[in-house]
Write a protein that binds this ligand. Structure first.
Ligand SMILES: [Zn+2]
Length: 158
């Protein structure tokens, strides 16, 4: 049995989401041939057969999309693109500043390094390398954990 047997058609994916079939869901480009992009990659346990686990993206947006375990974050990126990446980056900066104020820089640098590595290996797809959105999400996730370790009841919420 072929691995791709259960991959849904573009039509089924568009119908499952009630979204257009011929325009990129991220950038609205209708000129290029769309691709099926997993919300949660199959190597991280995402379904290959469920049409709701796919977005239709142009090749450039598919390359730029975060390749991560967090399906909600993927869909937020599809809706808002670079704005979401900026929010992840800004959360990371303030969370690390807050943690540094509590635990000091050496502690934060060491913990962040560990947590970032864990996020990359456990929660991102490595097959196509780490693109900027994937890296930003992994750093955001690591910073969330570091802040939770430094301050069990964090002042910063997002
Ligand atoms: Zn696009």
């Amino acid at each position: 049995m072929s691995v791709r047997t259960g991959v849904p058609s573009m039509k089924r994916i568009a119908e499952a989401h009630d979204r257009p079939r011929f325009k990129c869901w991220r950038c609205n480009d209708g000129a290029t041939r769309l691709e099926r992009a997993h919300a949660v990659p199959s190597m991280l346990g995402g379904s290959d057969s469920d049409p709701s686990n796919y977005a239709l993206l142009c090749p450039q947006c598919h390359v730029d999309a975060p390749d991560i375990l967090d399906g909600k974050a993927f869909w937020r990126w599809v809706e808002h693109g670079s704005v979401v990446v900026e929010m992840w980056d800004s959360f990371r900066s303030s969370a690390l500043l807050e943690a540094t104020a509590i635990k000091g820089e050496d502690w934060v640098v060491a913990q962040f390094d560990n947590m970032y590595r864990m996020a990359i290996f456990d929660a991102t797809g490595l097959h196509e390398g780490i693109n900027p959105a994937t890296r930003s999400w992994a750093m955001y996730s690591a910073a969330r954990i570091v802040l939770a370790m430094a301050a069990p009841t964090p002042a910063t919420q997002w």
